[in-house]
Design a protein around this ligand. Structure first.
Ligand code: 13P
Length: 311
C-alpha cells in the first residue's frame, strides 16, 4: 500500500493537518503540512482551521496542541513517544521543589508533562526563553525547570535570580566536546551551531546558539558553507533542503557506537503509524478538563507575550 498517498487522501477527507517537528525523519517532514520548532508548532496548532491535528512529534507537543485547541481532535501516532527531559520532572518532586523555593515565579520550558504546566506561571520554548524571562520585573525571583542547560544559558544571558531544576535531555547532554573539536580541526572553516539544551563546554565553542528554527535560519543567512550541528540529527534534512550547496555534519555523541544524536522517542513515529492513526483516529490525546484549563493559563501567557514581542 502507498501509505503516503493514502494519508494525503485521508487528510482531505477528514479535514486533518499533520504538524511535524524538525526531529522527525525526512519522509515525515516532507509529508507534513507544517514543520517547525516547538513555538511555531504551538502557534500553528492554535491557528489551524483543521478539525483533526495529527502530531508527528512527542507527547508533550501533542498535549500542548490540545491545550491550544481543546475542541479539536489531537492525535499522536505512538502514545509511547515521551521525552526524557519531561520525565525527569515528576509532579510530586516538582511540587516539593516549588515548596522548597517559595516566592518564586515558576517558569517552565515547554518540554514538560501537562501536570507540570498546570503548576507553572508561564511557559517558554527555546526560541523565546530569554525574552520571556526579560519580560518579568528585574527583581522577580524565578524558578526554572526542567532543563538545567537551557536554564543556565538564560541565567547567563539575563543575570536574573534563578533557581534551576537539574534535568537534561538525553540527546543534548551527550554531545562530545572532544569530537566537535576534532571535527573543527579537520574542517577549520566549519561553524558550530548548538541547541541551548547542550552542556556548557559545547555551548562555549558555538558560533551560534538557538532553537531548531533559529539554527535553521542561521544556516540560511550565514555565509559559511560547512556546519557542525549539535542537536537531534533530524533537522539536517531541512538544512540540506534549504541549503543544498552547503555541508552539514552531525556533532558526534560521547559514545560513538550508540547513534544517540537520534531521539528514540521522536523516531517512534513512522509513516505507517501515521497512516493507522489517521485511519482509526487514535491514539487520541484526552485530558481532564480542569488540568487542561490550568495548563492553558501559562501557555496562554507565553503565546500572548510571543505575539507582543513579534516571535
Ligand atoms: P525547539 O523545538 O524549541 O528547538 O526545541 C526542541 C526540543 O524539544 C529539544 O529537545
Amino acid at each position: 500500500m502507498d501509505y503516503v498517498e493514502e494519508i494525503r487522501k485521508m487528510k482531505l477527507q477528514k479535514n486533518a493537518i499533520i504538524l511535524a517537528h524538525y526531529y522527525q525523519v525526512g519522509e515525515i517532514q516532507d509529508l507534513a503540512d507544517f514543520v517547525g520548532d516547538s513555538l511555531a508548532l504551538s502557534q500553528k496548532a492554535a491557528s489551524t482551521d483543521a478539525e483533526i491535528i495529527l502530531f508527528a512529534g512527542v507527547r508533550f507537543m501533542a498535549e500542548t496542541a490540545k491545550i491550544l485547541s481543546p475542541h479539536k481532535k489531537v492525535l499522536l501516532p505512538d502514545i509511547e513517544a515521551g521525552c526524557s527531559l519531561a520525565d525527569s520532572c515528576s509532579e510530586e518532586d516538582f511540587r516539593k521543589f516549588i515548596k522548597d523555593n517559595p516566592g518564586r515565579t515558576v517558569v517552565t520550558y515547554i518540554n514538560t508533562n501537562i501536570e507540570i504546566k498546570a503548576l507553572s506561571d508561564i511557559i517558554c520554548t527555546s526560541s523565546n526563553a530569554s525574552e520571556i524571562i526579560r519580560s518579568l520585573p528585574p527583581d522577580e525571583k524565578i524558578l526554572f525547570a526542567p532543563d538545567r542547560n537551557l536554564g543556565n544559558y538564560i541565567l547567563n544571558k539575563t543575570g536574573r535570580d534563578m533557581v534551576i531544576w537539574n534535568g537534561t535531555c538525553h540527546i543534548h547532554e551527550e554531545f562530545s566536546l572532544e569530537a566537535i573539536l576534532q571535527l573543527k580541526s579537520e574542517h577549520p572553516e566549519a561553524k558550530v551551531i548548538v541547541h541551548p539544551e547542550c552542556e556548557l563546554p559545547v555551548r562555549m565553542v558555538a558560533d551560534y546558539i538557538g532553537s531548531t528554527a533559529g539554527m535553521l535560519r542561521f544556516t540560511e543567512n550565514d555565509a559559511g558553507r560547512v556546519f557542525i550541528v549539535a542537536t537531534e540529527a533530524g533537522i539536517i534534512h531541512q538544512m540540506k533542503k534549504i541549503n543544498p550547496e552547503k555541508e552539514f555534519i552531525p556533532a558526534p555523541p560521547r559514545d560513538s557506537t550508540c547513534g544517540c544524536s537520534e531521539c528514540n522517542f521522536m523516531k517512534l513515529v513512522t509513516v505507517e503509524k501515521i497512516f493507522r492513526c489517521l485511519r482509526d483516529e487514535e491514539p487520541e490525546i484526552l485530558i481532564d478538563e480542569k488540568i487542561l484549563e490550568q495548563a492553558g493559563k501559562p501557555i496562554g501567557r507565553m503565546m500572548e507575550l510571543s505575539r507582543k514581542i513579534g516571535l
